[in-house]
Design a protein around this ligand. Structure first.
Ligand SMILES: [Zn+2]
Ligand SMILES: [Zn+2]
Length: 328
């Protein structure tokens, strides 16, 4: 029988449709073509050497004695040329056109996360801003308009209803239980083990009980902390290993599926911040979103989160640099 499960963070329902369930292996598209290696594309505004094709950079990690808006950068941030909002920035994660974050070395991924933090804090300092979303669209079905590896930050002067609900649930739980809902959830997952992908001193990665799509993953920081802006140096280093490891698993085991990831975070001056906890959500796009999902707000997931976790499970040790296509 299909099973209804509720997401405790948002109160959203999902249907885990076990009858039409696919085995995780069925998502391996045997004939899928991985993107060709291409270091540089003349017409790509995010490629090295094409810096003049974007608005001037707002931040970059670069080699010493190289000047802004010229080659020599490792991570580069520019305002979006066609902004959806007043603050809309593009985080260009690597000068290389076809490298994915799944293939970045930990020290390269670390600079991407540090760049996220830097721009998050800069956006938060703007008193008009109420909600900041850092996200990554990977693949053309996810809303990405360019293939060059990049993430985005959009900051808006309003709070969405979805975000309000998430805040309210956290606050209600705190008021009733005197505990953080996210800390409790992570603890329960670690005890149960069945949905854990990886657990380190700093993070717990698991497939949520009410995953809305096959292979959805949440990465919760172990330290109770409301804001991603406060991520520590050790946490950054750890996340820079975990995130590429999980994405590399997608890349190698599920043949580079499209996905989105989103950093959910609460402001420094948020009310009841002891009730809140930032986290990172990864949503692969392996099945289409249909009319039922759009009309009802209820997602149908055809892979059990427990099976997905088993398929994605990683060893906590051995965070070695990985080369595309060479895992296992
Ligand atoms: Zn490019
Ligand atoms: Zn917490």
């Amino acid at each position: 029988m299909p099973e209804l499960r509720k997401n405790p963070l948002t109160d959203e329902w999902v249907i885990i449709a076990t009858e039409r369930a696919k085995r995780p292996e069925d998502f391996q598209k045997k004939t899928a073509k991985l993107p060709e290696e291409q270091e540089r594309v003349d017409t790509c505004p995010f490629c090295v050497g094409n810096e003049k094709m974007t608005p001037p950079e707002t931040f970059a990690f670069r080699e010493k004695e190289t000047s802004a808006n010229s080659p020599g950068w490792r991570v580069r941030i520019v305002p979006n040329k066609f902004p959806a909002q007043e603050i809309h920035e593009v985080i260009i994660e690597t000068p290389s056109h076809s490298k994915s974050i799944a293939n970045l070395l930990p020290q390269e991924a670390e600079e991407v996360i540090l760049a996220y933090q830097q721009r998050y804090l800069a956006a938060e300092a703007n008193s008009k801003i109420k909600q900041i979303t850092i996200f990554r669209n990977h693949g053309l079905t996810t809303g990405a308009s360019k293939l060059h590896p990049h993430s985005q930050l959009i900051a808006v002067p309003v709070l969405s209803q979805k975000f309000r609900n998430q805040e309210k649930n956290a606050t209600d739980y705190w008021q009733k239980q005197g505990k953080c809902l996210y800390c409790v959830l992570a603890k329960e997952e670690i005890e149960k083990k069945e949905r854990i992908i990886l657990s380190t001193p700093y993070f717990t990665a698991f497939t949520p009980y009410a995953s809305q799509s096959p292979f959805e993953v949440w990465i919760f920081p172990t330290r109770h902390q409301h804001s991603f802006g406060n991520i520590s140096a050790e946490e950054t280093k750890d996340l820079a290993k975990i995130l590429p490891q999980i994405l590399f698993k997608f890349y190698s085991k599920l043949d580079n599926p499209d996905y989105n990831y989103i950093i959910h975070s609460y402001f420094e001056n948020t009310a009841d911040k002891q009730a809140k906890h930032w986290f990172l959500q990864i949503l692969p796009r392996l099945t289409p979103i249909g009319g039922y999902e759009l009309g009802s707000g209820i997602f149908i997931n055809i892979v059990k989160p427990e099976a997905a976790a088993e398929f994605l499970r990683l060893q906590a040790t051995g965070c070695k640099p990985q080369v595309a296509g060479k895992e296992e």
